[in-house]
Design a protein around this ligand. Structure first.
Ligand code: ZN
Length: 306
Protein backbone atom coordinates (compact mmCIF):
# COMPACT_ATOMS: atom_id res chain seq x y z
CA UNK A 1 0.00 0.00 0.00
CA UNK A 2 1.01 3.56 -0.54
CA UNK A 3 3.80 5.04 -2.60
CA UNK A 4 7.10 3.40 -3.35
CA UNK A 5 8.62 5.66 -0.80
CA UNK A 6 6.20 4.45 1.81
CA UNK A 7 6.85 0.85 0.83
CA UNK A 8 10.55 1.39 1.25
CA UNK A 9 10.22 3.11 4.57
CA UNK A 10 7.80 0.44 5.70
CA UNK A 11 10.36 -2.23 4.90
CA UNK A 12 13.16 -0.29 6.52
CA UNK A 13 11.00 0.12 9.59
CA UNK A 14 10.13 -3.52 9.77
CA UNK A 15 13.73 -4.51 9.32
CA UNK A 16 14.65 -2.61 12.42
CA UNK A 17 11.46 -2.45 14.44
CA UNK A 18 9.64 -5.79 14.04
CA UNK A 19 8.37 -8.72 11.62
CA UNK A 20 -1.77 -18.88 4.64
CA UNK A 21 -6.20 -25.30 0.33
CA UNK A 22 -7.69 -26.47 3.31
CA UNK A 23 -4.44 -26.89 5.08
CA UNK A 24 -5.41 -29.81 7.18
CA UNK A 25 -6.23 -31.80 4.06
CA UNK A 26 -3.07 -30.84 2.24
CA UNK A 27 -0.94 -31.54 5.27
CA UNK A 28 -2.44 -34.96 5.65
CA UNK A 29 -1.61 -35.72 2.03
CA UNK A 30 2.04 -35.16 2.77
CA UNK A 31 2.55 -37.70 5.49
CA UNK A 32 5.98 -38.61 4.12
CA UNK A 33 7.00 -34.97 4.37
CA UNK A 34 10.42 -35.34 5.90
CA UNK A 35 11.61 -37.44 3.00
CA UNK A 36 9.90 -35.43 0.26
CA UNK A 37 12.18 -34.36 -2.61
CA UNK A 38 11.68 -30.68 -1.81
CA UNK A 39 12.92 -31.06 1.77
CA UNK A 40 15.89 -28.78 1.36
CA UNK A 41 14.15 -26.09 -0.64
CA UNK A 42 13.65 -22.89 1.27
CA UNK A 43 10.22 -21.38 0.81
CA UNK A 44 9.88 -17.76 1.83
CA UNK A 45 6.21 -16.93 2.39
CA UNK A 46 6.95 -13.28 2.92
CA UNK A 47 8.89 -11.74 0.08
CA UNK A 48 7.82 -8.36 -1.27
CA UNK A 49 8.31 -7.60 -4.96
CA UNK A 50 10.78 -4.70 -5.17
CA UNK A 51 9.19 -2.19 -7.51
CA UNK A 52 12.14 0.18 -7.22
CA UNK A 53 14.62 -2.21 -8.83
CA UNK A 54 14.16 -2.55 -12.60
CA UNK A 55 16.35 -5.69 -12.60
CA UNK A 56 14.58 -7.15 -9.63
CA UNK A 57 13.37 -10.42 -11.21
CA UNK A 58 16.89 -11.24 -12.48
CA UNK A 59 18.39 -10.35 -9.12
CA UNK A 60 15.84 -12.51 -7.36
CA UNK A 61 16.50 -15.49 -9.64
CA UNK A 62 20.22 -15.33 -8.89
CA UNK A 63 19.60 -15.49 -5.16
CA UNK A 64 16.94 -18.14 -5.66
CA UNK A 65 19.38 -20.34 -7.60
CA UNK A 66 22.09 -19.90 -5.01
CA UNK A 67 19.94 -20.59 -1.97
CA UNK A 68 17.50 -23.06 -3.55
CA UNK A 69 14.81 -20.59 -2.59
CA UNK A 70 11.20 -20.30 -3.66
CA UNK A 71 9.35 -17.09 -2.83
CA UNK A 72 5.73 -16.27 -2.45
CA UNK A 73 6.23 -13.01 -4.30
CA UNK A 74 3.94 -10.42 -2.75
CA UNK A 75 3.09 -8.30 -5.76
CA UNK A 76 1.43 -4.88 -5.95
CA UNK A 77 -1.52 -5.02 -8.34
CA UNK A 78 0.20 -2.62 -10.73
CA UNK A 79 3.03 -5.12 -11.26
CA UNK A 80 0.82 -8.19 -11.61
CA UNK A 81 1.67 -8.89 -15.25
CA UNK A 82 5.45 -9.02 -14.98
CA UNK A 83 5.32 -11.32 -11.98
CA UNK A 84 2.67 -13.60 -13.54
CA UNK A 85 4.91 -13.95 -16.58
CA UNK A 86 8.02 -14.63 -14.51
CA UNK A 87 6.11 -17.21 -12.46
CA UNK A 88 5.08 -19.02 -15.64
CA UNK A 89 8.75 -19.21 -16.67
CA UNK A 90 10.10 -20.13 -13.24
CA UNK A 91 7.26 -21.98 -11.52
CA UNK A 92 9.39 -23.58 -8.82
CA UNK A 93 11.04 -20.30 -7.87
CA UNK A 94 8.31 -17.67 -8.09
CA UNK A 95 4.84 -18.19 -6.64
CA UNK A 96 2.70 -15.16 -7.48
CA UNK A 97 0.76 -13.65 -4.60
CA UNK A 98 -1.30 -10.51 -5.16
CA UNK A 99 -1.26 -7.51 -2.90
CA UNK A 100 -4.63 -5.80 -2.83
CA UNK A 101 -6.12 -3.19 -0.55
CA UNK A 102 -9.05 -4.65 1.34
CA UNK A 103 -10.79 -1.28 1.29
CA UNK A 104 -10.47 -0.65 -2.45
CA UNK A 105 -13.95 -0.42 -4.02
CA UNK A 106 -12.98 -2.82 -6.82
CA UNK A 107 -11.01 -5.24 -4.65
CA UNK A 108 -13.18 -8.28 -5.52
CA UNK A 109 -12.67 -7.61 -9.22
CA UNK A 110 -8.93 -7.35 -8.65
CA UNK A 111 -8.93 -10.68 -6.85
CA UNK A 112 -10.80 -12.35 -9.73
CA UNK A 113 -8.35 -10.92 -12.22
CA UNK A 114 -5.39 -12.17 -10.19
CA UNK A 115 -6.94 -15.63 -10.10
CA UNK A 116 -7.46 -15.62 -13.86
CA UNK A 117 -3.78 -14.71 -14.27
CA UNK A 118 -2.60 -17.69 -12.29
CA UNK A 119 -2.03 -16.09 -8.90
CA UNK A 120 -1.89 -18.55 -6.01
CA UNK A 121 -2.79 -16.34 -3.09
CA UNK A 122 -2.97 -12.90 -1.53
CA UNK A 123 -0.70 -10.90 0.66
CA UNK A 124 0.46 -9.21 2.56
CA UNK A 125 -2.95 -7.89 3.55
CA UNK A 126 -2.37 -4.91 5.82
CA UNK A 127 -3.42 -1.41 6.76
CA UNK A 128 -7.17 -2.16 6.73
CA UNK A 129 -9.53 0.66 7.65
CA UNK A 130 -11.55 -1.81 9.74
CA UNK A 131 -10.61 -4.96 11.64
CA UNK A 132 -9.64 -7.90 9.41
CA UNK A 133 -12.86 -9.64 10.49
CA UNK A 134 -15.15 -6.85 9.29
CA UNK A 135 -17.95 -8.35 7.17
CA UNK A 136 -17.35 -5.83 4.42
CA UNK A 137 -14.20 -7.81 3.58
CA UNK A 138 -16.14 -11.05 3.08
CA UNK A 139 -16.24 -10.81 -0.75
CA UNK A 140 -12.42 -11.06 -0.77
CA UNK A 141 -12.32 -13.93 1.69
CA UNK A 142 -15.17 -15.75 -0.09
CA UNK A 143 -13.29 -15.66 -3.39
CA UNK A 144 -10.03 -16.71 -1.78
CA UNK A 145 -11.88 -19.53 -0.03
CA UNK A 146 -13.47 -20.61 -3.32
CA UNK A 147 -9.98 -20.73 -4.85
CA UNK A 148 -8.53 -22.58 -1.82
CA UNK A 149 -5.93 -19.85 -1.70
CA UNK A 150 -3.20 -19.06 0.75
CA UNK A 151 -3.57 -15.61 2.30
CA UNK A 152 -0.82 -13.83 4.22
CA UNK A 153 -2.04 -11.27 6.75
CA UNK A 154 0.10 -8.78 8.60
CA UNK A 155 -0.34 -9.31 12.31
CA UNK A 156 0.82 -7.23 15.24
CA UNK A 157 2.54 -3.90 15.55
CA UNK A 158 2.61 -1.87 12.37
CA UNK A 159 4.83 1.00 11.34
CA UNK A 160 3.74 4.58 11.23
CA UNK A 161 4.05 5.86 7.67
CA UNK A 162 3.63 9.58 8.28
CA UNK A 163 4.36 11.68 11.31
CA UNK A 164 3.05 15.11 10.38
CA UNK A 165 -0.46 14.22 9.18
CA UNK A 166 -3.36 12.24 10.61
CA UNK A 167 -3.14 8.55 9.73
CA UNK A 168 -6.01 6.04 9.96
CA UNK A 169 -3.96 2.92 10.66
CA UNK A 170 -3.78 0.87 13.82
CA UNK A 171 -2.31 -2.46 14.82
CA UNK A 172 -5.48 -3.27 16.74
CA UNK A 173 -7.24 -4.11 13.44
CA UNK A 174 -4.53 -6.66 12.68
CA UNK A 175 -4.29 -8.66 15.87
CA UNK A 176 -3.50 -12.34 15.47
CA UNK A 177 -6.74 -13.34 17.20
CA UNK A 178 -8.67 -12.03 14.18
CA UNK A 179 -7.18 -14.84 12.10
CA UNK A 180 -9.06 -17.37 14.21
CA UNK A 181 -12.43 -16.12 12.99
CA UNK A 182 -11.28 -15.90 9.36
CA UNK A 183 -9.79 -19.40 9.44
CA UNK A 184 -13.01 -20.86 10.89
CA UNK A 185 -15.46 -19.01 8.66
CA UNK A 186 -13.43 -19.79 5.55
CA UNK A 187 -12.06 -23.30 6.12
CA UNK A 188 -10.68 -23.80 2.61
CA UNK A 189 -8.26 -20.93 3.14
CA UNK A 190 -4.75 -21.41 4.33
CA UNK A 191 -4.23 -18.46 6.66
CA UNK A 192 -0.69 -17.24 7.23
CA UNK A 193 -0.03 -14.62 9.87
CA UNK A 194 3.07 -12.49 9.44
CA UNK A 195 5.41 -11.64 12.31
CA UNK A 196 3.78 -14.16 14.69
CA UNK A 197 1.55 -11.37 15.99
CA UNK A 198 4.47 -9.36 17.40
CA UNK A 199 4.28 -8.89 20.32
CA UNK A 200 1.21 -11.13 20.84
CA UNK A 201 3.13 -14.34 20.20
CA UNK A 202 1.05 -16.30 22.65
CA UNK A 203 -2.22 -15.43 20.93
CA UNK A 204 -0.70 -16.26 17.56
CA UNK A 205 0.50 -19.64 18.74
CA UNK A 206 -2.81 -20.54 20.38
CA UNK A 207 -4.76 -19.61 17.26
CA UNK A 208 -2.43 -21.82 15.22
CA UNK A 209 -2.76 -24.62 17.76
CA UNK A 210 -6.54 -24.92 17.37
CA UNK A 211 -6.80 -24.15 13.69
CA UNK A 212 -5.17 -26.57 11.26
CA UNK A 213 -5.32 -23.98 8.48
CA UNK A 214 -3.33 -21.33 10.36
CA UNK A 215 0.44 -20.85 10.37
CA UNK A 216 2.69 -17.94 11.29
CA UNK A 217 5.98 -16.58 10.05
CA UNK A 218 8.62 -15.02 12.26
CA UNK A 219 9.72 -12.29 9.89
CA UNK A 220 10.50 -8.83 11.15
CA UNK A 221 12.28 -7.74 14.26
CA UNK A 222 11.21 -10.54 16.64
CA UNK A 223 14.17 -12.85 16.16
CA UNK A 224 16.46 -9.87 16.71
CA UNK A 225 14.55 -8.48 19.67
CA UNK A 226 14.39 -11.91 21.31
CA UNK A 227 17.88 -13.07 20.37
CA UNK A 228 18.98 -13.31 23.99
CA UNK A 229 15.90 -15.24 25.11
CA UNK A 230 14.82 -17.30 22.15
CA UNK A 231 13.92 -20.19 24.44
CA UNK A 232 10.88 -18.09 25.44
CA UNK A 233 9.22 -19.54 22.37
CA UNK A 234 9.19 -22.95 24.02
CA UNK A 235 6.65 -21.51 26.44
CA UNK A 236 4.61 -20.16 23.55
CA UNK A 237 4.72 -23.26 21.34
CA UNK A 238 4.33 -25.49 24.37
CA UNK A 239 2.21 -28.43 23.21
CA UNK A 240 4.86 -30.66 21.65
CA UNK A 241 3.89 -34.28 22.27
CA UNK A 242 1.01 -33.61 24.65
CA UNK A 243 -2.58 -34.70 24.37
CA UNK A 244 -5.20 -35.26 21.73
CA UNK A 245 -6.50 -31.71 21.84
CA UNK A 246 -3.27 -30.42 20.50
CA UNK A 247 -2.65 -32.62 17.48
CA UNK A 248 0.01 -31.37 15.10
CA UNK A 249 0.02 -31.78 11.30
CA UNK A 250 1.09 -35.35 10.50
CA UNK A 251 1.56 -35.86 14.23
CA UNK A 252 4.74 -33.87 14.05
CA UNK A 253 6.65 -34.16 17.33
CA UNK A 254 6.97 -30.39 17.69
CA UNK A 255 4.46 -27.58 18.14
CA UNK A 256 6.91 -25.42 16.17
CA UNK A 257 5.50 -27.12 13.06
CA UNK A 258 2.99 -24.24 13.08
CA UNK A 259 5.73 -21.86 11.96
CA UNK A 260 6.71 -21.25 8.37
CA UNK A 261 9.72 -19.42 6.98
CA UNK A 262 9.26 -15.78 6.04
CA UNK A 263 11.81 -13.00 5.66
CA UNK A 264 10.14 -9.68 4.77
CA UNK A 265 13.54 -8.32 3.82
CA UNK A 266 15.81 -7.40 0.93
CA UNK A 267 17.41 -10.08 -1.22
CA UNK A 268 20.85 -9.72 0.34
CA UNK A 269 19.46 -10.16 3.86
CA UNK A 270 17.55 -13.39 3.32
CA UNK A 271 20.44 -15.60 4.44
CA UNK A 272 20.64 -13.66 7.67
CA UNK A 273 17.02 -14.52 8.40
CA UNK A 274 17.76 -18.20 7.75
CA UNK A 275 20.48 -17.96 10.39
CA UNK A 276 18.08 -16.32 12.82
CA UNK A 277 15.54 -19.12 12.32
CA UNK A 278 18.33 -21.65 12.93
CA UNK A 279 19.28 -19.88 16.15
CA UNK A 280 15.66 -20.22 17.27
CA UNK A 281 15.66 -23.92 16.36
CA UNK A 282 18.81 -24.50 18.39
CA UNK A 283 17.55 -22.52 21.38
CA UNK A 284 14.27 -24.45 21.42
CA UNK A 285 15.59 -27.92 20.49
CA UNK A 286 13.38 -28.11 17.41
CA UNK A 287 13.75 -31.57 15.82
CA UNK A 288 15.62 -31.72 12.52
CA UNK A 289 12.60 -33.01 10.61
CA UNK A 290 10.46 -30.12 11.93
CA UNK A 291 13.15 -27.60 10.98
CA UNK A 292 12.99 -28.80 7.39
CA UNK A 293 9.22 -28.50 7.37
CA UNK A 294 9.38 -24.96 8.74
CA UNK A 295 12.03 -23.80 6.29
CA UNK A 296 10.22 -25.15 3.25
CA UNK A 297 8.66 -28.59 3.57
CA UNK A 298 5.21 -27.48 4.70
CA UNK A 299 4.88 -24.78 2.07
CA UNK A 300 6.29 -27.04 -0.66
CA UNK A 301 3.41 -29.40 0.04
CA UNK A 302 0.78 -26.65 0.04
CA UNK A 303 2.14 -25.15 -3.15
CA UNK A 304 2.89 -28.53 -4.72
CA UNK A 305 6.44 -27.54 -5.56
CA UNK A 306 8.55 -30.43 -6.81
ZN1 ZN B 1 3.82 -7.12 7.83
Amino acid sequence: MGSEKNELSRRAFLATATAAVPVSMVVSQGAQAASAPAKDRLVDVHHHFDEKNPKYIDDFLRISDRLNLTACMLTPFAHRKVVAEAARKYPTQIIPFGYVELDAPDVAQQVKELHDMGYRGLGELEFPKKPFTDRSYDPVYELANEYSWIVLFHTGIVLRQVFDKPEDITSSRMRPVHLEEIARRFPRLTVLGAHCGNPEYEWAAEVSRWNPNVFFDLSGSTLTKMRGRLNHFQDVFWWSGVGQDTATPNNDPSAFIKLVFGTDTELDRIEGVVSSYRALFDACDVPQSTRRMILGGTMSQFLKIV
